[in-house]
Design a protein around this ligand. Structure first.
Ligand SMILES: [Zn+2]
Ligand SMILES: [Zn+2]
Length: 144
């Protein structure tokens, strides 16, 4: 995003340009500069980028994994709730990554709710699994 000296905004010919659109290369003044994530863009390009953005495909998978992790908790208790722990970790990490992508304008806005649910469920899985692991270890420790 180099600032061209002497260039004027494409929409406001009497205002000096402060940036160029990263997508179409049009000159932008301060008022016209929209941020698509970190890069300056014009309003039409931001709209197009938002529409083109797709919800991450890993989120439904991570969500499903967390539901399975939660449902399988009673069965996985014997092995320190490890499957639930892993599912929770995956949910939190992938969900947060998707939320960051959406905040940067790279992810689709409509994927936000699903990503949030994935993170929350991930924390629930993590908490339950960690709680159980602590309980088991504590019991094993004090039974010595
Ligand atoms: Zn543009
Ligand atoms: Zn302008």
């Amino acid at each position: 995003m180099l600032t061209p000296t002497g260039a004027v905004c494409a929409t406001h010919p009497d205002v000096a340009a402060v940036a160029t659109c990263a997508r179409c290369g049009g000159f932008l003044c301060g008022d016209c500069t929209e941020l698509a994530g970190e890069t300056p863009s014009c309003a039409p390009c931001v709209a197009v980028l938002r529409q083109e953005a797709r919800p991450s495909r890993v989120i439904p998978v991570a969500l499903a994994l967390n539901v399975v992790g939660l449902a399988s908790l009673p069965c996985s208790l014997y092995i320190l709730a490890l499957p639930t722990l892993v599912a929770g970790l995956v949910g939190v990490v992938l969900g947060m990554r998707e939320l960051r992508r959406i905040a940067r304008g790279e992810g689709a806005e409509r994927g936000r709710t699903l990503a949030r649910v994935t993170v929350v469920l991930g924390w629930v899985d993590l908490g339950l699994a960690a709680g159980w692991a602590a309980f088991v270890l504590e019991a094993a420790w004090s039974s010595r």
